[in-house]
Design a protein around this ligand. Structure first.
Ligand code: SF4
Length: 331
């Protein structure tokens, strides 16, 4: 991956990964920063610079290790080895947290983060599932740090527990040969091709995502699908109906036999609108005054009746075409 500059906390060079990254990107400018959370040079930039800002890589030491309870696919959302992303999905949920500073940040103290997961898993009476990919895309991050490979190798002998992460990328090759011991749940996020091209800039194509899901399942990983986010643009029913047909035809029998599906309607926000209007003036407008309602803190959700009729429609499509799959939830 090509970056323009590295902004780094000097303490990150006390870690092996920090030094490896220093060598890897030796030919780029390295700019010291006090904290990855406060880079004034970045916060003062206009929204129109959003994309350019994503060409910088931020390296630091993660200080917050607080888990968030989760009742969907995992027991906990865990802050892990990165936050932010170098891709630019117009609705990216990370923009809600980091605003225009949702560029990729890498945290080099991975031993501490994985150590806490293993300790929590081993002291629990029940098997726990840790969502490690809620702050970034770990398949993308792995192309820079190899952190996923390192994580799987070092987690596999944990007696109790699972790791899980979603992705919109197809670079799974380095994971296929790993001895993961069934401890990792891989979840591929998909959308109709039109939505990917118009809103998920810099991510993998639908076809490549399906192939990656098949390969991961073949390599023994539990493999799920997220249809997310569901965006109710003009003609969305036809697009999502076609998507489900493509999944039914393209996913291997092995994936379909064990398939769990999560369905998530898009949440949008005032901040997304402000950034997208300036950074992507020619992109489609995902905000709809007629279809959305304000949910507080500047967020917009599809109206309840639209979500309910959308769910009904998609459940029927999934039942017809991927009847064996378990639909875990709609939200
Ligand atoms: Fe955000 Fe995921 Fe898109 Fe990256 S791939 S911009 S993390 S939604």
């Amino acid at each position: 991956m090509n970056f323009n500059a590295i902004y780094y906390e000097p303490a990150s060079l006390d870690y092996i990964l920090g030094m490896e990254l220093k060598q890897k990107y030796a030919n780029l400018p390295w700019i010291p920063i006090e904290s990855h959370n406060r880079i004034e040079e970045m916060t003062s930039k206009p929204n129109s610079e959003f994309n350019k800002m994503k060409k910088n890589l931020i390296i630091g030491v993660r200080k917050t290790h607080k888990y968030v309870d989760n009742q969907k696919i995992s027991d906990f959302l865990v802050p892990y080895t990165s936050s932010g992303c170098s891709a630019s999905c117009l609705y990216c949920y990370l923009v809600c947290n980091y605003n225009k500073c949702s560029y990729l940040r890498l945290f080099v103290n991975r031993e501490k983060m994985l150590g806490k997961i293993i300790k929590t898993a081993n002291t629990s009476d029940n098997p726990l599932t840790f969502e490690i990919g809620s702050n970034s895309d770990l398949i993308l991050e792995n192309t820079i740090t190899k952190n996923l490979e390192w994580t799987i190798e070092n987690f596999k002998n944990t007696k109790n527990g699972f790791l899980t992460f979603p992705t919109k990328f197809d670079m799974v090759e380095p994971l296929l040969k790993l001895d993961h011991k069934g401890k990792v749940i891989f979840r591929m996020s998909v959308n109709p091709d039109y939505i990917i091209k118009k809103t998920e800039f810099g991510t993998s194509s639908l076809q490549n995502r399906i192939e990656a899901a098949n390969k991961m399942c073949e390599a023994g990983y539990k493999t799920g699908i997220l249809i997310a986010p569901i965006i109710q643009v003009e003609g969305w029913e036809k697009m999502y109906s076609e998507l489900i047909t493509i999944l039914a035809e393209g996913l291997s029998e092995k994936v379909k036999k064990q398939l769990v599906i999560e369905c998530i309607f898009m949440t949008y926000s005032f901040v997304h609108r402000a950034i997208n209007e300036e950074a992507f003036p020619n992109a489609i407008d995902l905000y709809s005054k007629d279809k959305m309602t304000g949910g507080g803190r500047g967020k917009y959700y599809y109206k309840q009746e639209l979500k309910l009729s959308g769910e009904e429609f998609l459940r029927k499509e999934l039942q017809q075409k991927l009847g064996e799959a378990e639909i875990l939830y709609f939200c």
